[in-house]
Design a protein around this ligand. Structure first.
Ligand code: GLU
Length: 448
């Protein structure tokens, strides 16, 4: 961990340059804390101010997104794209549509994305974007009008060799489809400019599954280091969107049991487990009907806890898969007091810094988001490769590649994160491994 003075000096500058961006400060501090000592030992990075440059986006695009709602009223949203770092490949990262979206949140996500993409072993730089548009309660026609307006500005900044957006919270297959259609119309070209596309029009098999599957493969790799596996493990999952759904599917396939799911209104507790049939209902409920998770409890007669998160439920493995800062210090302590010894993060930055301290002090298996949830963007990278080749791999081929990438990421965490007593600090490992590749590329490319 970093010498306190060094870290404080570094963070004071980051905070002064980026005021009022708490989540960005949080994401940078976690990395700086672990990477600064490494930089001290490797002065070439220090002299070239690599970390200072990495914390300044290469480009920030901010734009107006006007659209007309179903009542004929004009609505105005903000549109953003943060092009954070292109040292190892075109900017790559999702778009988030959520009312909480602001510059600080997207900069934290873009910064994380740079290191995450580096960990995947694929040639992708990092970016992130989105809007404060709230898709909840909007008709398909409204979502289409909004996304077309959004793309009418974004199209001039992106391209298959420049910047390749994808989904994130609030952006799934429907939104990617509408944006792809509008991009194609404006540019008059059919290219792999977005990932997460439908399988009939350039998408990759396993892309929808990839983040959740990868998160569970990562948990399995961490468990292996202790001669254990997911078989028979009780897992709490938060969220009920794309990541949570496929994490649940994979846990069940590997012999574990998922007992919770949640949304912004509350969580369900199903001690019998969310089996394949119940999961099919969750997918219908969330992806088609766009309803609330409470309806699961009504249908299957299990407990529903309004306005709460699932971390008070006894489990072996916790899979936070909803959003940032969804596990705090108290909740982390409760998890551990109840016997939880694995946390594998599917959401981006779901644990607060205090919660992470609790995991690490207790030496549990902690898979930080930029390693554990990298499977999603990794398969996006594979989608880009398939688009370039104008060819598609089979399910088995993509799944095997995904699994091998997650194993490689885990190996890199072991390489850079094993402490003197043998404890594998996956957070330290992921941060340093992710940093080194980008930093070396930046050194080679000069002061840019
Ligand atoms: N939004 C996802 C992430 O946080 C996926 C990004 C992508 O596929 O480009 O990594």
């Amino acid at each position: 961990m970093a010498n306190e003075q060094l870290l404080n000096d570094f963070m004071a500058k980051v905070i002064a340059r980026n005021p009022n961006e708490a989540e960005f400060h949080q994401a940078v501090e976690e990395v700086a804390m672990t990477v600064l000592p490494f930089i001290e030992e490797n002065p070439k990075y220090k002299a070239a101010k690599v970390l200072e440059r990495m914390t300044e986006p290469e480009r920030v695009i901010l734009f107006r997104v006007p659209w007309v709602d179903d009542k004929g009223e004009i609505q105005i949203n903000k549109g953003y794209r943060i092009e954070m770092n292109s040292a190892i490949g075109p900017y790559k990262g999702g778009l988030r549509f959520h009312p909480t979206v602001n510059l600080g949140i997207l900069k934290f996500l873009a910064f994380e994305q740079v290191l995450k993409n580096s960990l995947t072993t694929l040639p992708m730089g990092g970016g992130k974007g989105g809007s404060d548009f709230d898709p909840k309660g909007k008709s398909d026609a409204e979502v289409m009008r909004f996304t077309q307006s959004f793309m009418s500005e974004l199209f001039r900044h992106i391209g298959p060799n420049t910047d390749v957006p994808a989904g994130d919270i609030g952006v799934g297959g429907r939104e990617i489809g509408f944006m792809f259609g509008q991009y194609k119309r404006l540019r008059n070209e059919f290219t792999g400019v977005l990932t997460g596309k439908g399988i009939e029009w350039g998408g990759s098999l396993i892309r929808p599954e990839a983040t959740g599957y990868g998160q569970v493969y990562f948990a399995e790799e961490m468990l292996k280091t202790r001669g254990d596996s997911l078989k028979g493990k009780i897992c709490t999952v938060s969220g009920s969107g794309n990541v949570a759904q496929y994490a649940t599917e994979k846990v069940t396939e590997l012999g574990g049991k998922v007992v919770t799911l949640s949304d912004s209104a509350g969580f369900i507790y199903d001690p019998e487990g969310v089996d394949a049939e119940k999961l099919a209902f969750v997918m219908y409920l969330k992806n088609e009907k766009r309803g609330r998770i409470k309806e699961y409890a009504e249908k299957y007669g299990c407990e529903y806890h309004e306005g709460q998160r699932p971390w008070g439920i006894k489990c072996d493995v916790a899979l936070p898969s909803a959003t940032q800062n969804e596990v705090n210090e108290e909740e982390a302590k409760t998890l551990i007091a109840n016997g939880c010894f694995v946390v594998s993060e599917g959401a981006n930055m779901p644990s607060t810094p205090d919660a992470i301290n609790v995991y690490i002090e207790n030496k549990i298996l902690y898979g930080p988001a930029k390693a554990a949830n990298a499977g999603g963007v990794a398969v996006s990278g594979l989608e880009m490769s398939q688009n370039s080749m104008r060819y598609g791999w089979s399910r088995e081929e993509v799944d095997t590649k995904l699994r091998n990438i997650m194993i490689d990421i885990h190996d890199n965490c072991v390489k850079y994160g094993t402490e003197k007593d043998g404890y594998i600090n996956h957070m330290v490992g992921a941060n340093i491994a992710g940093f080194v590749k980008v930093a070396d590329a930046m050194l080679a490319q000069g002061i840019v």
